[in-house]
Write a protein that binds this ligand. Structure first.
Ligand code: JHZ
Length: 396
């Protein structure tokens, strides 16, 4: 049974940046969140058609979140060492920061956004410009790729609505003792840190290990290891395989530890989600109060990082140019555009003199240390940052 616990109001597509003339035609939907009391699973109540989100204009280039390039290089090295995979498949390869660490001849990419699939194809990787489905897995098989020793996906599986089909497709292409490794934001971390801004159209599901354990088992795969990661404000890397492989039947203790930690926090209880909803509302009120007060005191506020997350914050809190004048972002495809829903202009970092501003809201709070470090001159000149995670506060 699915029970609703959070209503964040009307929202646009989190990465659908707009040109000025397009404001009136903006697509909006009700962003509500439900808890499945049987599978212990958190999902959006209303899914948005994937083609509306992941298309040729999709602007999130993983490589622009530049600390992530090192992250994916490190993951690739670790996986090579640990599993020595011969054939590798990446689902949701984006602009290639993971797959480029593997041989072109033995690697395959799947990527529905053609701006990215063309990129990895140009680099020489066989790339399927399609959504991940069992149908596609059959096609890949028919093309001669029978088995993959490593199937990897980062910030992608929680973007797919039909998880049964997703895991069936994985099972179809995973070699007998192959590993399926995927990382996505952690539900536990979101609840602990009150980072409700991980909730948006691109994330139809928000994963706990508990829910994944249930769903993967139902689809004939088992989790044998979990890594807790700090990226994206707290993510989990799940390692799954076919069950009953005699050569390696060990389920590492950290799976049980993670399940226990989630149970101890209350992830299996509906009340925990109701409490979270109350904290989310408080965060909204605190942020509006702080920004309004600063503005009334004549302060100027901008934001760094035109993130999907900040689309949720600005639309849920009703923040527009009255409170935040502009957003800088390193992504060329976002620059010169307007943020979804809030219509705050997005510009390049180079076009702004930060010293004209008193406060910077951290739209990319997950890169707080990197950004504060890069913008040390702003801090030396008395500028301050604002974050809302884990609570609304002025930092530095
Ligand atoms: P970042 C995206 O979410 C969408 P977002 C997606 N759904 C998902 O799951 C996660 O990623 C993983 C810019 N930037 O990574 C670059 C600066 O301007 O937090 C990016 O546009 N200056 C796939 O959008 C944005 O901020 C900087 O110094 O919430 C960061 O986006 C740095 C470091 C980044 O993901």
């Amino acid at each position: 049974m699915k029970k609703e616990f959070l209503d964040l109001g009307r929202h646009p597509i989190a990465n659908a940046f707009l040109k000025e003339g397009d404001f009136d035609d903006e697509f909006l939907f009700d962003l509500k969140v439900v808890f499945d009391t049987e599978l212990k699973f958190v999902s959006l109540k209303n899914f948005v058609e994937p083609e509306k989100i992941f298309n040729d204009d999709y602007p999130y280039h993983t490589s622009n979140s530049f600390p992530m390039v090192k992250h994916f290089k490190d993951v690739a090295e670790m996986l090579k060492k640990k599993f020595n995979p011969k054939e590798v498949l990446e689902i949701g390869s984006n602009d290639g920061p993971f797959i480029t660490n593997f041989d072109k001849e033995t690697s395959v990419c799947v990527e529905p956004c053609s701006n990215f699939s063309l990129k990895t194809a140009h680099m020489g990787y066989q790339t399927y410009n399609e959504f991940w489905t069992t149908e596609l897995s059959e096609k890949i098989k028919n093309d001669g790729h029978v088995d993959f020793d490593l199937i990897y996906a980062a910030n992608c599986i929680c973007h797919i609505q039909d998880l049964d089909d997703t895991f069936k497709a994985v099972k179809n292409l995973l070699s007998k003792d192959g590993v399926f490794v995927f990382e996505d934001p952690s539900l536990l971390k979101i609840l602990e840190r009150n980072s409700y801004d991980q909730i948006y159209d691109e994330h139809p599901h928000i994963f706990s290990i508990t829910a994944l354990d249930n769903i993967l088992k139902e689809n004939g795969l088992i989790i044998f290891r979990v890594d807790n990661l700090s990226v994206h404000g707290g993510s989990n890397r799940i390692y799954a395989k076919h069950p009953n492989i005699p050569s390696d039947n060990i389920i590492e203790y950290n799976v049980e530890e993670n399940l226990q930690r989630e149970d101890d926090f209350g992830l299996n209880e509906f009340k925990t989600y109701q409490d979270f909803a109350e904290r989310v509302e408080k965060s909204k009120n605190d942020l509006i109060e702080l920004l309004t007060k600063l503005k009334d005191d004549g302060k100027r506020i901008m934001s760094i990082g035109a993130t999907a997350k900040s689309t949720t914050v600005f639309n849920y809190c009703g923040i527009g140019t009255d409170l935040i004048e502009l957003i800088t972002d390193t992504t060329k495809d976002k620059q010169g555009m307007y943020a979804p829903g809030s219509h705050i202009p997005v510009v390049s970092r180079e076009s702004v003199n930060l010293n004209d501003y008193d406060y910077i809201f951290l739209g990319a709070w997950n890169f707080r240390d990197v950004i504060v470090d890069i913008e040390s001159e702003f801090v030396e000149n008395g500028g301050k940052f604002i974050t809302h995670v884990p609570k609304v506060e002025i930092v530095n």
